[in-house]
Design a protein around this ligand. Structure first.
Ligand SMILES: [Zn+2]
Length: 79
C-alpha cells in the first residue's frame, strides 16, 4: 500500500467498513509512515466535518473540467 491508497481507505477504515485483511495492511503501513500518522491525527481532530467533506459528491461541472484537464495531460507528449 502507498500513502494515496491509505488516504482513500481512511473513511472506510474509521467507519469499520474495511475487511480485516485490508485494515491490517493499512495499520502496517501507518506504523512505519510518519506522514500518514500526521494525516490521521489531523483527520481525527477534524472529525465529522472532514468525513462529510470526503463523502461529498464532486459537482458535475468540476468533474468534467477535471476530466478535460486529465485527458489533455495524458495526450500531451511531454509527461
Ligand atoms: Zn503513508
Amino acid at each position: 500500500m502507498n500513502c494515496d491508497e491509505i488516504v482513500n481507505l481512511l473513511v472506510d477504515y474509521f467507519d469499520g467498513d474495511l475487511s480485516s485483511d485490508t485494515a491490517r495492511r493499512l495499520e502496517e503501513h501507518i506504523d512505519c509512515c510518519p506522514p500518514c500518522v500526521r494525516f490521521i491525527d489531523a483527520y481525527r481532530n477534524t472529525g465529522k466535518i472532514c468525513r462529510r467533506a470526503l463523502r461529498v459528491q464532486m459537482p458535475r461541472s468540476v468533474k468534467s473540467t477535471l476530466f478535460q484537464f486529465l485527458r489533455a495531460e495524458l495526450q500531451s507528449p511531454q509527461r
